[in-house]
Design a protein around this ligand. Structure first.
Ligand SMILES: Cc1ncc(COP(=O)(O)O)c(C=O)c1O
Length: 470
């Protein structure tokens, strides 16, 4: 048989692209040389190797050490990304039919968690910053308003930092949620590194959130698919959590992933902490240098936007005047062999980590300088990329399981969506099952498609069809 995946990955290795995307290890070892060890380390539950689904030996000890390192009450290694850990966390703090307050721009895994756990969402909208064309933070007052308005809400689920590194006032949100006697779960998929530096934005664990989920693979040197679910308070029922953990976890959890979570944490407790401090200092210099380049701007906050409480500067968010983010992203990949995490209409996101070397940043600066100097201005319209608020016509879970049909996208205005329409990046649903396709949403989808933003959920070869409720 041919091996197309192997061939493509080998080619990618030979090309040696500079990585400003996940995984956070950037193709580099930390603490151990993984190379030849991988086949032997990929084992199963044997005498002495413990069991991730019922840890009592070495895995228990390792998870306890991780809890100490992150400042949690208990930590659970995940082998199915933050996706899997989000499912477990949501199940641990709710019962089917419960209402939860979630950020509208939550990742798809939170929406999947709503369906799997049969929950009813109440939405919390982030601020849209018109000046910078960015979805920024959550206003804590809005959290309070929603909790006051609806006493049936059982738990609050926030994403922090967001994909662009923007952090809401997580301490104030925690205070409010606890004042109303509810539980706070924070999807901190993009912030596993935060507790390891005093210079970083505050982690939800430090703020006192009840459950915090980390994609260790995104910002720490850990393999793709690794995550950790941390319990931050005594309000969470650990027995229920363990039960739901085994409901959502494979009975053959990977020892490589389990070990990778341990190695990444151990590295951060030691050498990694210092390396992160140096990287953060260096990123400050990189940002200053980028800001000096004509046409280039880097998002470093907006004093007028009170929903931006802090920034995670490892996510370098920049744009080049007169060019779309997707155009710059493509040029960086094709001409300079630099791969970014994401690009949207305006911005590019270089996702760095402590594992990036100084040379990586130098290459990025040189390439951006070159593009800014030589690339002619394109047609960039000043359009709003705010998410239109859809009309909710049916319960999410009912709509997801309802009878459906596929129709042409152009005929979908007024119809109820039967699936999720999700632009990638950033993987946040524009339209969820049970919501009505409005003219405004339709125009927005066409705009994204014309600007080469991948849209998951549309059907047909040309992505011109959609699933709707019959
Ligand atoms: C905010 C957020 N939460 C959860 C996830 C899912 O994480 P994972 O890919 O580790 O399953 C992502 C992935 O991009 C994300 O951006």
């Amino acid at each position: 048989m041919k091996t197309p995946v192997l061939d493509a990955l080998k080619k990618l290795m030979e090309d040696k692209p500079t990585s400003f995307h996940v995984p956070g290890h950037k193709g580099r070892n930390s603490l151990i040389e993984w190379g030849k060890l991988i086949p032997q380390l990929d084992i199963t539950e044997l005498e002495g190797t413990d069991n991730l689904l019922d840890p009592r030996g070495i895995i228990k000890e390792s998870q306890d050490l991780a809890a100490k390192a992150f400042g949690a009450r208990a930590s659970f290694y995940g082998v199915n990304g933050s996706t899997g850990s989000n499912y477990v966390a949501m199940a641990a703090i709710t019962e089917p039919g419960d209402k939860v307050l979630i950020q509208r721009n939550s990742h798809k895994s939170i929406y999947n968690g709503l369906i799997l756990n049969r929950l009813k969402p109440v939405y919390l909208y982030p601020n849209y910053n018109e000046k910078f064309h960015l979805l920024t933070g959550i206003d804590p007052k809005e959290v309070e308003r929603k909790l006051k308005e609806d006493p049936d809400i059982k738990a609050v689920i926030i994403t922090n930092p967001n994909y662009y590194g923007i952090c809401s006032d997580i301490e104030e949100i925690t205070r409010i949620v606890h004042k109303y006697g509810r539980l706070l779960m924070v999807d901190e998929a993009h912030g596993a590194h935060l507790v390891f530096s005093d210079k970083s934005a505050k982690s939800a664990l430090e703020a006192g959130a009840d459950l915090v989920i980390h994609s260790t693979h995104k910002t720490l040197p850990s393999f793709t698919q690794t995550s950790i679910l941390h319990v931050g308070s005594h309000r969470v029922d650990l027995n229920k959590l363990r039960d739901r953990y085994s409901l959502f976890t494979t009975t053959s959890p990977s020892y490589l992933f389990t070990l990778s979570n341990e190695i990444a944490t151990a590295y951060m407790v030691g050498e990694g902490r210092e390396r992160l401090a140096k990287t953060l200092d260096h990123i400050q210099d990189v940002i200053e240098e980028l800001k000096q380049i004509p046409r280039v701007s880097v998002f470093t906050g907006d004093d007028e936007d009170k929903t931006i409480h802090d920034l995670d500067i490892t996510k370098i968010l920049f744009k080049i005047g007169g060019l779309t983010g997707s155009r710059v992203d493509r040029l960086l990949a094709e001409k300079y062999n630099i791969r970014l995490e994401m690009a949207d209409y305006y911005y590019c996101l270089a996702l760095s980590s402590l594992m990036n070397e100084k040379e990586d940043f130098e290459k990025l600066i040189l390439a951006i300088k070159d593009i800014a100097k030589n690339e002619p201005y394109g047609d960039l319209n000043m359009v709003s990329v705010n998410m239109p608020n859809p009309k909710i016509r049916m319960d999410l879970v009912d709509a997801y399981y309802a009878k459906k049909e596929i129709i042409d996208l152009k005929d979908s205005i007024g119809r109820i969506s039967g699936s999720f329409i999700i632009p990638y990046p950033p993987g946040i649903p524009l339209l969820a099952a049970g919501e009505e396709m409005t003219e405004e949403l339709y125009e927005h989808i066409i705009f994204l498609r014309e600007n080469n933003i991948e849209i998951v959920g549309l059907m047909g070869y040309n992505k011109d069809q959609i699933v709707v409720i019959e």
